[in-house]
Design a protein around this ligand. Structure first.
Ligand code: CUA
Length: 181
């Protein structure tokens, strides 16, 4: 067999291998696409964005940080064009903190400093995640989804307190924030 024929055979073999890999990837995309479109992801929580500020979990008096009787720290917040409510959040360092948030109008999102607290807020859905802040200090919390002309000016502050100081300030059932009144 000549060197040219050997090369042609090798090329063909690799063409078949690549073809199989591409077919497998396309197959995975088709199967997962059909699967997920026929089944909503688990843990989806919906909420009516037109009435969420009037009553229920996201009414004004419920926003901010609370410590439950079980000791769980929960932060509830709302995003709207172009601010977060509350504008300043208080959280403890070194303890798990659960965020629950939603939007009243456009798609917003936020990230807290350089931490892994990072989420999208979509009208009609409650976004939730739990994280632990490692470092005490003040962090900036900008909106990171383009939401309109005021997007660049949309941000809040997060005060990460030492856990003892946080617990001293937290009174059972009360909502905390660091918004100056
Ligand atoms: Cu809100 Cu960008």
């Amino acid at each position: 067999m000549s060197a040219v024929n050997v090369a042609v055979l090798a090329e063909k073999r690799w063409a078949i291998v690549v073809g199989v890999i591409i077919a497998a990837i396309v197959g995975i995309m088709v199967v997962t696409g059909l699967h997920w479109s026929s089944m909503p992801p688990s843990r989806v929580e919906t909420i009516d964005p037109r009435t969420l500020h009037i009553s229920g979990e996201f009414a004004e008096g419920n926003l901010g940080t609370s410590v439950g009787s079980d000791g769980k720290v929960v932060v509830r917040l709302i995003a709207q064009q172009y601010s977060f409510e509350p504008q300043c959040l208080v959280v403890p360092a070194g303890l798990p903190v659960t965020f629950r948030g939603t939007s009243t109008d456009a798609i917003h999102g936020f990230i807290v400093g350089k931490t892994n607290a990072n989420v999208m807020l979509i009208p009609g859905y409650v976004a939730t995640f739990t994280t632990t802040f490692r470092k005490v200090g003040d962090e900036l919390m900008p909106c990171h989804e383009y939401c309109g002309s005021g997007h660049a000016a949309m941000w809040a502050h997060v005060q990460v307190l030492p856990p003892e100081e946080f617990m001293r300030k937290a009174k059972a059932g009360e909502r905390m924030s660091c918004v100056r009144r």
